[in-house]
Design a protein around this ligand. Sequence first.
Ligand code: ADP
Ligand code: MG
Ligand code: ZN
Length: 619
Amino acid sequence: MDQKKNEKYKGLLKVAIAVLIAIVIVNLARTALTEKSREEVSYDTFYKMVADGDVEKVVVGPNEIEIYVNSGSKDYTPLIRYYTRVMEDQDRTAYLLRYNVKSYQAATDNSGFIWDILLTVVLPFGFAILLFSILSRRMGGGGGIMGVGKSTAKMYMQKTTGVTFADVAGCDEAKESLVEIVDFLHNPGKYREIGAKLPKGALLVGPPGTGKTLLAKAVAGEADVPFFSLTGSDFVEMFVGVGASRVRDLFKQANNVAPCIIFIDEIDAIGKTRDSRFSAGGNDEREQTLNQLLSEMDGFDPARGIMVLGATNRPEILDPALLRPGRFDRRIVVEKPDLKGRVEILKVHAKDVKLDSSVDFDEIGLATSGAVGADLANMVNEAAINAVKNGRKAVSQKDLFEAVEVVLVGKEKKDRILSQEERKIVSYHEVGHALIAAIQKNAEPVQKITIVPRTMGALGYVMQVPEEEKYLNSKEELEAMIVTALGGRAAEELVFHSVTTGAANDIEKATAVARDMVTRFGMSEEFGLMALARQQDMYLTGRAVLDCGESTAAEIDKVVAKMLDKAYAQAKEILSGNLAALDKISAYLIEKETISGKEFMEILNEVNDPRKEETHEEA
Ligand code: ADP
Ligand code: MG
Ligand code: ZN
């Protein structure tokens, strides 16, 4: 996006530079051509010149008298146009007559005026056009001078995208709906004959990074038709009317090469609803652009084989006019991939990556719940880079797991040195989480515990991996989640009798879960099955917004606080019963910095083994 903006500014900069240079050059030339060849003489010199017979004729204008010198003149050269300023002089005509000098009245000053305009305005502009086209060619941009108003779609036109459905994994339903469109583009005639009406446009809807852009390209690739792609923000220019003219131009170009696909990414940028509740103040430019888009979509004949695809992650703010029949009447939802989808996506991206025998994509798939295609593609690449860095020839499972962590929590931050005391606190905190997860029966198993700080802010963390993909969470599981989240803080309080800021994130998470249970999932006794919140931006933040009266909101806060208190008490209770394990595992973690879930369970089982009568009393 930034780059496109840059290009826009670059274009404008080029125009500005060209105009500036042109003005300077033309003015220099003008001075050289006109001023230099003219020479003012005083009025008495003029009289003297006439008397000396140097003057052939004069042209009297309103301000100046131009003096045309005789070719035989010794003191003056005919190449220079002498002039003198007009003075109040009633004798001049008689005087000129006396010396046989022809005198003319200057036609009208208009010609000079037009000439002036020509010189100061038209010429520089023409020059600017010339310079601009030279500059743009040299600076590598296409377009030409009128590029500001013309669609830049040409630059984004791809004859073939080279992407096929095989490159897109895990969104089978979306692909199914798109297969039909591919067929339509292949042979529109077939549908026309039977009289079937095909959609003119389809809207791809889903969270960022789920492969919407990729799918649109795949449709073009499968249908083997040209692909015009533009981003909504490209249309929203700074000059009113430019966006609309771009749309017009885009459809004209598309019409010339049809069948083809027009893809408008981030269509919400132009397609925002015109309802004033959602848009603060009017934006004529955007509205004009949107209207143009609507009228173009209404205008073209679908039998030409033009398919308009749009993509957005904010469908709820789109203008309803866009979604009416004959426009984007199909909505194709591209969801976050499920376990199977994630594994498939990993495989697609690992196609050209050398893997060793330890790699198990199912396990990685389980550990990456919530990750989208873009994340997974990123992970495979990170893993490959990691393998190379360590001088290995193939990617191992360990590389992949490390990449998962890099994408989820950031890179290891080795230069952040924690004090001994802080390391100890972080260690107890993390083991607190892990122990509670391990002991509660509804929590996900611990995969790894670490106290190596990460670039995204965590000083340590516990990685939990579910045993299987979850589509639903039971009330018990959510409760276990809250208790686990509060386990870090509970451990700090129990062991150090003071608490730190380290639990901020945990508290936020626990509160959010508790709040959702009350307001959205109908899981509190106090409110029962009442919906008290709406979800907003479901594909982006998924944030819930309260939808109830003020007194109810206050009541909700009380219920949530009570749930958190209860969960915290439970966390402390669990840890109090496992202090020996807490001490022992924390000491081990301080020493090792990172321990696996397996090591963790071994120590836990050993400590809790009833046959052992050992007591673990470490500081
Ligand atoms: P969106 O447009 O939904 O934000 P993109 O199509 O731009 O997402 O996805 C970015 C990148 O992530 C793609 O280029 C591709 O490498 C990868 N990716 C995303 N989804 C998938 C998928 N379903 N299958 C394979 N790769 C994917
Ligand atoms: Mg995209
Ligand atoms: Zn924590």
